[in-house]
Design a protein. Structure first.
Length: 525
């Protein structure tokens, strides 16, 4: 008997600990973690890579990086055995063409789950054994780690979406739905609504056991209707600012895109229109956003949602137009069951909020706009600003989410000049977890052509406009222009350089004081 792989189907499993199997039997892998990571990286990416780039990604400047790469490739060939021809390596580049379990999941990352069959979704869910390449972290290989974290985030979002979709479809088959709901609960342990849903499914299972002749109705495979919430209403004892809960709910946009939203706190409702770089659960841990949610939830019910292509909402969608951003807001309002509320716009979502206010003035008790602009940077027509922003956009597509200290410092300094080293580190994680490089570039392009100048005079709701005096992302003049164009709007400048106000700075405390006073004044009107 030989130790070399024999005839049969070779399978690479990356949705969990890395495994390679032939005909279902696990193969021994090289002890070198970098070699195993290289094998997984080549298989998942499925494209040719320059040898120099692979050396930069995987080797921390050894004496002979090309020699180290050749050694790892020789070990990979031993694993491949008869499939060695799948590895193509010449003097300049290396590629590997082998199927992985991630390849089966990939169409669902970029597609509409409602169009997939129940059997297909169950099979993909079964293939996810854990976090993407859970056992192959490489501490010193920063670019590899950024790639691994980005794919892991996509897998997590798809897994949540698949489980939620299956639970909805199998509502009339509690025995099939219950283990899926329990698995989703493990991923979202503090989701109060999901705990109630599990209790209801368990009761149905017990009832069915007591009446074994009862037949369950066949599962529905119809797509969810637009704006239909995938989760039950939150528990009566809703979360407070001190106990955020992190309960996540899902609804459908008009084009079927999954949107994730959450509610915290109690009191007159405030809906925060979505901005980019948000993640409903991760933001509670981030020093960049957690104080915003905590304070806004303290005396009010705060409703948040992740913009399409961001956070826990569906990634890689085709349409990221301004009109779609407005219709997504409309769908979340309906799914969250809001009748009358204060609308809070931040940055580009100020324009989205203005468009919503013009369409639905009867729903709003008031509107608060912070750090916004009437026209995006391309629509403003300043040649110098356009050139600078285009250069930044190119850097964004190449360096987003990578541990590039030059890009990180430039990007973070633009949004938060007052950032500490902790904020810089958290900005790295925000970039990796919330949005992919391509989606970040597409969204910035969409924001650049926003123009709501013709809508300002049509706003008929009480409006408060706030802006940091030295904001580098949206100049304070943008806020003044916005306030001047909206009938009766009030305008206040905040003494800060930061586009995202930081915890502890006087401008943030002033912002919260203005918000609370405005909501108290207008919520009962």
């Amino acid at each position: 008997m030989t130790d070399s792989p024999q005839a049969g189907l070779l399978q690479l499993c990356v949705l969990g600990d890395f495994q390679v199997a032939r005909d279902g039997a696990l193969l021994d892998l090289p002890p070198s973690r970098k070699t195993r990571a290289l094998l997984a990286y080549l298989a998942v990416t499925g494209k040719a890579h320059q040898r120099e780039r692979l050396c930069e990604i995987f080797w921390d400047i050894p004496d002979d990086p090309r020699g180290a790469l050749r050694w790892s490739l020789s070990k990979i060939r031993q694993v491949l055995g008869q499939d060695e021809s799948a590895l193509v390596a010449d003097r300049n580049s290396v590629s590997l063409r082998l199927a992985t379990d991630y390849a089966r999941l990939l169409p669902l990352v970029k597609g509409d789950l409602s169009l997939a069959s129940t059997e297909e979704l169950e099979a993909v869910a079964l293939s996810i054994r854990g976090d993407f390449l859970a056992d192959l972290s490489l501490e010193r290989c920063f670019e590899y780690e950024a790639w691994r974290a980005g794919v892991a985030s996509e897998v997590e979002i798809v897994e949540l979406g698949i489980l939620r979709e299956l639970i909805e479809r199998l509502a009339d088959e509690p025995r099939r739905a219950l283990p899926l709901a329990r698995r989703l609960r493990r991923l979202l342990p503090e989701d109060i609504g999901l705990a109630e849903e599990i209790e209801a499914l368990e009761e149905k299972v017990r009832a069915a056991a007591a009446h074994p002749t009862t037949h369950s109705a066949p599962p529905s495979t119809n797509a969810a209707a637009p704006a239909q919430s995938f989760s039950p209403s939150p528990a009566k004892g809703s979360a407070t600012a001190q106990d955020p809960g992190r309960a996540v709910h899902f609804c459908r946009a008009l084009d079927g895109t999954r949107l994730a939203f959450a509610k915290t706190g109690s009191g007159p409702p405030i809906l925060r229109a979505a901005h980019w770089m948000s993640h409903l659960t991760f933001d509670w841990d981030s020093p960049i956003w957690r104080h915003w949610m905590s304070e806004l939830s303290r005396e009010n019910q705060l409703v948040r949602y992740d913009e399409r292509c961001n956070g826990l909402s569906q990634r890689h969608v085709v349409d990221v137009s301004f009109d779609t951003m407005v219709s997504d807001l409309e769908c979340v309002v309906e799914a969250a069951g809001l009748d009358r509320f204060t609308l809070l716009g931040l940055s580009q979502s100020c324009a989205v909020s203005i468009a919503y206010a013009v369409r639905h003035p009867e729903r709003l008790s008031g509107m608060i706009l912070y750090g916004g602009y009437v026209k995006g940077w391309r629509a403003r027509g300043d040649a110098g600003e356009i050139a600078t922003r285009e250069a930044a956009a190119t850097l964004m597509r190449e360096s987003w989410g990578k541990s590039n200290p030059m890009f990180r410092q430039a990007f973070c300094s633009m949004f938060i000049p007052g950032a500490t080293h902790e904020h810089f580190a958290w900005m790295d994680d925000l970039m990796k977890r919330t949005v992919s490089p391509d989606d970040a570039w597409r969204l910035q392009s969409a924001f650049s052509v926003i123009d709501v100048g013709d809508l300002l005079e049509k706003v008929r709701v009480p409006t408060l406009v706030l802006h940091a005096r030295e904001d580098n992302v949206a100049p304070v003049e943008s806020g003044r222009t916005m306030a001047a164009g909206i009938p009766g709007a009030r305008f206040f400048e905040l003494e800060s350089q930061n586009h995202i106000l930081l915890e502890g700075e006087p401008a943030f405390d002033e912002f919260i004081a203005h918000v609370r006073a405005f909501v108290a004044e207008t919520a009962g009107s």
